[in-house]
Design a protein around this ligand. Structure first.
Ligand code: COA
Length: 174
């Protein structure tokens, strides 16, 4: 699977995950958010002309009070810069073949580049109830936002993967 940024006139209509809201976002809003409003960037996993998976990322911030005490350590009191994994989905025909994990590794690499070039303390995601275990497998920890929780129902769990864990995982892979 090749991973690259979405092109402006890419046909996204054939993509179907098991999640209607994610599909609607991908079909209708991913392009305009990226190319008209510059809100974030969607990366797609493709094989030939088929889109097998997508991940949308945007810069974000995390309040230190949201982190468990053990993770705050000596961090400053002001909001921490993070990369937000706003959406992640794999086409239902290609799920359970490692593509979600592959795209997640790619997102972690983007966060690392951001850390090296602009600053980034980790990746955050609002995990849907069925996806918390998936993110947990890769070291994401649940955080408890003090305010500004998502309006989505059922309520997602905000999860955070610290940059130290991303760097350590890459170090271990070499
Ligand atoms: C969740 C999702 C992105 C996972 O992608 P995927 O390509 O199917 O998953 P992978 O094949 O990469 O799985 C990697 C590992 O995570 C596990 N896993 C996958 N989905 C899981 C889930 N929902 N819960 C727990 N574990 C999960 C797999 O068993 C696999 O474990 P293994 O390495 O021990 O075999 C995908 O199933 C999806 O798009 N689901 C619908 C939309 C969604 O829920 N998106 C997340 C929104 S927050």
């Amino acid at each position: 699977m090749e991973i690259r940024a979405l092109h402006p006139r890419e046909d996204r209509s054939g993509f179907r995950s098991e999640d209607e809201a994610l599909d609607r976002f991908f079909h209708k809003y991913a392009g305009q958010n990226q190319f008209r409003h510059y809100l974030g960037v969607t990366y797609i996993g493709v094989e030939g002309h088929r889109i097998l998976a997508f991940a949308t990322v945007a810069p974000g911030q995390l309040d230190i009070e949201d982190l468990p005490t053990s993770a705050r350590k000596k961090l400053p009191r002001y909001p921490l810069p993070v990369l937000r994994l706003a959406r992640l989905a794999v086409d239902e025909s290609a799920q359970s073949q490692g593509l979600g994990a592959h795209l997640l590794r790619f997102v972690n690499q983007l966060a690392e580049k951001m850390a090296d070039q602009y600053g980034c303390s980790g990746v955050i995601v609002d995990a849907k109830p069925g996806a918390t275990e998936f993110y947990g497998k890769y070291g994401f920890i649940a955080v408890d936002p003090v305010e500004g929780q998502s309006d989505a129902r059922p309520r997602p769990t905000m999860m955070f993967l610290p940059m130290s864990a991303i760097k350590a995982a890459r170090g271990a892979a070499h």
